[in-house]
Write a protein that binds this ligand. Structure first.
Ligand SMILES: Cc1cc2nc3c(=O)[nH]c(=O)nc-3n(C[C@H](O)[C@H](O)[C@H](O)COP(=O)(O)OP(=O)(O)OC[C@H]3O[C@@H](n4cnc5c(N)ncnc54)[C@H](O)[C@@H]3O)c2cc1C
Length: 414
């Protein structure tokens, strides 16, 4: 595949843009692959990419029931940070964040990584202590964060009302190299690189069953027929429980809809990401000028991908206290994605009871930021049977009581 470059743009401009190739092929499935990944979201595509790049495994298919990136990957608010509390989490999220720094160059695809800085507001005494504790933990983990004063918050984000009537801003946990990236571009960039390595991305094809022989996976049934495989990676986020059942085991996962909304585009008013967990809402401004706003999760399990009025009302009401400037903005659209929640709010990257089947799920409300690190670890686990980054995230931790409690860092904020 030809590289994208300034020279390529000039060349194509001169010939009326008739020479661009398709970014990825749409092949007919082969009868057998060494590895099949179910789910062409960011995590599935990143797994395939690092299988090829780091381990030389290229006879790979990624099978997607809809269109690639059409799940949570294309529905999230794109916040990237690594200021988690527990050591295994900080390790994998910081690995991901550091890979994001050079991902555009690695993939030769502009994923628009924007390390504009992320602040998590402390609006109660309890939050001050919690975030100071996280800042200390991050210092020990080698993750660059700091607890900053209300004055510094106001300097970094002048549109914040720090003297809010109910919840004044008392400080913030600040990660200067956190930020955002363009979610579709992350999926598209990985897909293009996978296709370039000879991997098959098979869209509009649902995996409907998993075949086993002697306790080992041998292939999958799909809406385009049976396809054999040596190893199978299940990377389907909100449908993990459904796929696990098809494969013959159970996962400690619940699926709920998480919602987001965007405003009409306006002139630049903020160049950082702000999360206000107490009032519950988070906001950044997209390059188009829309205010991108994250809302809450439904309080009941479901598989819907839509928004609801009461969430919009609650989220906007909460944010208006902290950002009075948005009170007169029109909201343009809102939507939902099906997120996969574990009890300790940490992911599962694991072998399963079925030989040859691996699962990567449980990223819940905050897995976009983890995509490169998660793909790196999952690929290593699938190729070698072991990955230091994934070790603590085995599904056996729920049986053994070795939880990685990130309910505060993950919450429903990102
Ligand atoms: C509204 C919202 C806001 C969010 N905000 C953030 C944020 O700011 N920062 C952050 O870090 N994270 C955020 N997240 C979470 C993040 O989006 C997810 O954790 C991440 O995108 C999960 O990626 P994935 O590749 O695992 O799943 P997905 O992108 O959902 O991909 C899974 C794919 O599997 C496919 N699939 C399912 N079943 C089958 C089957 N049987 N056969 C074939 N294909 C199948 C689906 O169609 C889907 O495309 C947010 C999520 C939502 C919904």
């Amino acid at each position: 595949m030809r590289r994208y470059s300034a020279f390529a743009i000039a060349r194509e401009a001169a010939r009326h843009h008739l020479g661009w190739e398709r970014a990825w092929r749409s092949p007919t499935p082969k009868a057998h692959y060494d590895v099949i990944i179910v789910g062409a979201g960011g995590h599935g595509l990143a797994t395939a990419y690092y299988l090829g790049k780091n381990h030389g495994i290229r006879n790979v298919a990624v099978i997607e029931k809809g269109w690639l990136g059409g799940g949570n990957t294309g529905r999230n608010t794109t916040i990237i940070r690594s200021n988690y509390l527990q050591d295994p989490s900080a390790a994998i999220y910081e690995k991901a964040r550091s890979l994001y720094e050079t991902l555009s160059q690695d993939l030769n695809y502009n994923i628009m990584f924007s390390p504009r800085g992320v602040m998590m507001l402390a609006q109660t005494q309890h939050e001050i202590r919690g975030y100071q504790r996280t800042a200390h933990a991050n210092a020990l983990q080698g993750v660059a964060t700091e607890f900053i004063s209300p004055r510094r918050v106001k300097e970094l984000c002048p549109i914040i009302n720090i003297d809010g009537p109910r919840y004044p801003v008392l400080g913030a946990l600040w990660q200067a190299r956190g930020g955002t990236a363009r979610h579709d571009a992350v999926a598209w960039g990985y897909a293009r690189a996978c296709s370039d390595m000879g991997m098959d991305i098979i869209q509009q094809t649902e995996v409907t069953g998993v075949r086993r022989e002697g306790g080992r996976v041998v292939g999958v049934d799909t809406t385009k027929g049976y396809i054999g495989c040596g190893k199978l990676g299940i990377v389907v986020a909100g449908h993990s429980g459904v796929m696990a059942e098809r494969a013959g085991f159970r996962l400690p996962i619940e699926s709920v809809a998480l919602q987001a909304l965007v405003s009409e585009p306006i002139k630049p008013v903020m160049d950082v990401v702000v999360m206000a967990n107490t009032v519950h809402g988070y906001m950044s401004q997209s390059d188009k000028g829309e205010m991108v706003i994250g809302g809450g999760a439904d309080g009941f399990n479901n598989y819907t991908q839509r928004g609801s009025f009461h969430h919009v009302e609650e989220t906007v009401r909460a944010l208006v206290e902290t950002f009075p400037i948005i009170s007169r903005l029109k909201m343009l659209r809102w939507w939902g994605g099906i997120v996969d929640m574990t009890g300790d709010r940490s992911p599962i990257i694991s072998k399963t009871p079925v030989e040859g089947i691996f699962v990567n799920c449980g990223w819940g409300t905050g897995g976009f930021k983890a995509i490169p690190g998660s793909g790196w670890a999952m690929a290593e686990l699938m190729a070698k049977g072991h990955s230091p980054l994934a070790e603590e995230f085995s599904m056996t931790r729920f049986r053994e009581g070795k939880f990685i409690d990130e309910s505060v860092a993950a919450g429903v904020a990102h």
